[in-house]
Ligand binder design. Structure first.
Ligand code: FES
Length: 300
């Protein structure tokens, strides 16, 4: 069971302010909710604060509570409840959340925890020597069928063995985390049966091969522009839930700058982007196309 407390006072910054870009984003996000329901924006705003500084400090929670005109205790309740919010500084390259709930525990979570203790720091929430990596144990992340698993950032890494987790940690430590495809690490398709199809046997389902870590040069070549960048103003792609500032930059680099482009994605476009950015399945999982269609209509 994870214990959720705010960081000690000596770690807390004096104050928090959203960057200009994030402040503008927050205003738009708050305006999406019906009049009188602005407090519903608490989760996206806390998440954006975390994207900005790596964790959610007490001044950030209070600032957001002020923006949403809600009592501090209500904002604190939300921030301390969800393990997605980091309440103290985490590794600058990766924070690894090891699921320790029953299915993962029965399938080897304790061995994964030992890897984190040996490779990162003895205790959860402690930073490694360089301050680049940290870890913690969390409750079920909803990928139990592919247990054991860890979450890093917005991605899950499933069907793990201690060796595979060591490889993943090494990749993040070397700034090559984006060369590891998230999802199952043993080549199974999503959460399909481990030993192949057991139903719908008349339909051939293609099983993807596990993507090994790619050489950086190759990965770089793959992120070159894939789409013709449209002329004119860029849209704020961060209004699509699941797209943060880093991902927006990567999409722009691929030539994707407008909601219209995302709304018009074909299956082949999604495959190309998945492949280039090594985040197989995220576009479908977060429903980018449907979100972008609404944004194109001005239906925010
Ligand atoms: S028990 Fe680990 S993901 Fe559900």
């Amino acid at each position: 069971m994870s214990v959720r407390r705010l960081a000690d006072d000596n770690v807390q910054p004096k104050n928090f302010t959203f960057s200009k870009e994030n402040g503008a984003w927050a205003k738009k996000r708050i305006a999406l909710y019906p009049k009188g329901r602005q407090q519903s924006a608490i989760i996206p705003l806390l998440m954006r604060a975390q994207e900005q500084t790596g964790w959610v400090s007490k001044p950030a929670i209070e600032k957001i509570a002020d923006m949403l005109k809600m009592p501090y205790i209500r904002a604190l309740e939300v921030a301390t409840f969800y393990t997605q919010f980091q309440l103290q500084p985490v590794g600058t390259k990766a924070h690894i959340q090891v699921c320790g709930t029953t299915p993962c525990m029965l399938r080897g979570a304790e061995a994964l925890r030992s890897v984190c203790q040996n490779k990162i720091a003895k205790k959860a929430h402690e930073l490694n020597e360089g301050g680049t990596l940290s870890w913690e144990e969390v409750e079920c992340a909803g990928a139990c069928v592919n247990a054991p698993m860890v979450t890093i950032g917005f991605d899950t890494y499933e069907d793990l063995t201690p060796d595979r987790l060591e490889e993943i940690i090494a990749a993040f430590a070397a700034d090559k985390g984006d060369t590891i495809a998230p999802g199952p690490q043993i080549g199974r398709q999503y959460s399909a049966a481990l030993n192949g199809q057991t139903s719908l046997l008349d339909i051939q389902i293609k099983t993807p091969k596990r993507q090994a870590a790619k050489k950086p040069a190759k990965a770089k070549a793959k992120s070159a522009s894939l789409f013709a960048t449209p002329k004119g103003k860029k849209d704020d792609l961060k209004l699509i839930s699941g797209v943060g500032p880093v991902l927006e930059k990567k999409l722009n680099k691929l030539g994707i700058t407008t909601f219209k482009q995302v709304a018009d994605f074909k299956k082949t476009d999604i495959t190309k982007i998945d492949d280039a950015l090594s985040f197989k399945g995220r576009i479908d999982r977060d429903n980018w196309v449907a979100q972008a269609k609404k944004l194109v209509k001005g239906d925010k």
